[in-house]
Design a protein around this ligand. Structure first.
Ligand code: ADP
Ligand code: G6P
Length: 459
């Protein structure tokens, strides 16, 4: 039987493998007796080049450690100080150092070498995200002919941003070694096609196939979903004692994000300030809970966003708090999934307002968690990949705090009938395009693109 080999930077090793991606891939891996390969999270002086087995999952989990230098250059450096800001439309936040690119190439080559003894005839390899763009090229150098697909969880940059990379041509050379490229949204596929056209020698053979460096690759959109049925069940079962108690009868507005500059958290705080200034009737009637665990703290841009958001939250609270009410609660912690599901269900407004985002799973989780009889309102940035699938949310421009404040006011006063109508359509979308649909559809397309390549090879 054909095994599925998943490779991602982060290997899910915790006891609570609850992220949507993990659940999705777990299903696919379990049914094909697969293997998941990734970074253990351990930074050590002298890492072994043999992948380590991590028992305890219904599929094989093979991990590798990184040296401090690899971690700095490959993960913090090229991945998160060059590619992440670039793909999220913030080239001004890039920090380009030559050693970052060297480290990124070196670690990808090392991962390919470590994978080699574990590969078998008939395997299919599915590479996840921006940390591993060169992996197919490195595997091909070692003689691997198995189908290799890639899925990008974050946006693909347009030509102007791609041109700001230290190595734009090399990016496309790396990508040309995959059989199938998967993107979150139509806009990403469009950006890929346009960037390839402007920056490389590419021939577009059809809307979804390209000749790049004489290699035929397929590129398609596969919007990732959540494990919707499981999240609905979590929300329904959420314990009552986790309910947020307030001294007033304020309605809850919630935001849940990693503390990342792409998520538009300062813009939310500014919009909330405008709302309270312009609509004083809402004072003590709305309470904003922002849960945002710090992430990638060694990178300077993340230290800056932390200071900026703390300062803004303090300012709004100083300006508006009453003896009974604090407008913003800003929590830097991770929350267990069942508690999160319960909080979403209680919240009258779900705020998902990134300045740029591949998909944004929180938008889907918020919808899945609602009580369909009396649902809350999703406020969604037009720059989240999810906006292509969720037009029945209140779609806003996160750069315009007045637009966002206006949507908050509208959501606070939206009649139940309209909330139910909007929610029903959103829920239908979240349930029908769940994470199992995503992995199934992707893997089917990988099979088809490989069959296409086989017949090309035979001609
Ligand atoms: P990103 O992948 O950029 O972090 P997504 O919204 O696509 O953004 O996915 C984030 C995932 O992490 C969601 O499943 C969300 O529920 C989870 N998450 C984010 N913040 C927290 C938190 N504070 N506690 C628990 N889970 C969180
Ligand atoms: C985004 C990326 C993932 C990454 C996650 C958490 O979802 O697309 O690849 O794993 O953020 O970031 P971290 O740097 O902590 O792995």
């Amino acid at each position: 039987m054909s095994r599925l080999i998943v490779v991602s930077n982060r290997l899910p090793l915790g006891d609570n493998p609850s992220g949507g991606l993990v659940v999705a891939l777990e299903d696919a891996l379990r049914s094909s007796g697969g293997v998941w390969i990734g970074f253990s999270g351990e930074v050590v002086d002298d890492p072994s080049d043999d992948l380590q087995d991590n028992p305890g999952a219904p599929f094989d989990r093979l991990s590798f450690d990184l040296t401090q230098q690899d971690h700095e250059e490959y993960y913090l450096g090229y991945s998160n100080s060059i590619l992440w800001p670039l793909c999220h439309g913030r080239p001004n936040l890039m920090r380009i150092l030559p050693e970052y690119l060297d480290g990124y190439r070196r670690v990808n080559a090392r991962i390919a070498r470590m994978m080699l003894p574990h590969l078998r005839e008939g395997d299919r390899i599915w590479v996840q995200d921006y940390h591993l763009f060169p992996l197919a090229a490195e595997l091909r150098k070692l003689g691997v002919t198995a189908p290799v697909g890639h899925f990008l969880h974050i946006p693909f940059p347009g030509p102007a941003d791609c041109a700001a990379l230290p190595n734009p041509e090399e990016l496309f050379e790396w990508l040309s070694h995959f059989d199938l490229l998967g993107f979150q949204a139509q806009r990403d596929l469009g950006a890929f096609a346009e960037s390839a056209r402007q920056l490389t020698q590419v021939t577009q053979l059809s809307p979804t196939s390209f000749l790049l460096d004489d290699r035929k690759i397929h590129a398609q959109v596969f919007p990732i979903g959540i494990d919707a049925a499981a999240f609905v069940a979590e929300a329904e079962a959420a314990p009552d004692e986790d309910r947020i108690r307030t001294l007033t009868d304020a309605k809850l507005m919630i935001g849940v994000d990693r503390l990342d500059y792409s998520k538009g958290i300062p813009q939310r705080f500014r919009a909330f300030q405008i709302l309270l200034e312009q609509d004083p009737e809402l004072i003590e009637k709305i309470s904003f809970l922002q849960i945002a665990p710090p992430t990638r703290g060694e990178v300077e841009a993340y230290q800056v966003i932390r200071e900026e958001t703390e300062h803004l939250a303090g300012r709004v609270n100083g300006q508006f708090s009453t003896l009974n009410w604090t407008p913003i609660r800003f929590i830097h912690r991770s929350v267990p999934r069942n508690v999160l599901a319960g909080l979403f269900r209680q919240a009258h407004i779900g705020l998902v307002t990134p300045l740029a985002d591949g998909m944004n799973l929180v938008a889907k989780e918020y919808v899945a968690a609602q009580n369909p009889e009396d649902p809350g309102v999703l406020i969604l940035s037009r720059f989240a990949g999810a906006a292509e699938q969720m037009p029945d949310a209140l779609i806003i421009n996160p750069h315009d705090p007045h637009d966002l404040a206006q949507a908050m006011a509208e959501a606070m006063r939206m009649p139940k009938e309209e909330r139910r109508r909007r929610h029903a359509t959103l829920l239908e979308e979240v349930m029908s395009h769940d994470v199992a649909w995503w992995s199934r559809t992707y893997l089917r397309a990988l099979r088809v693109s490989d069959q296409g390549h086989e017949s090309d090879r035979m001609q």
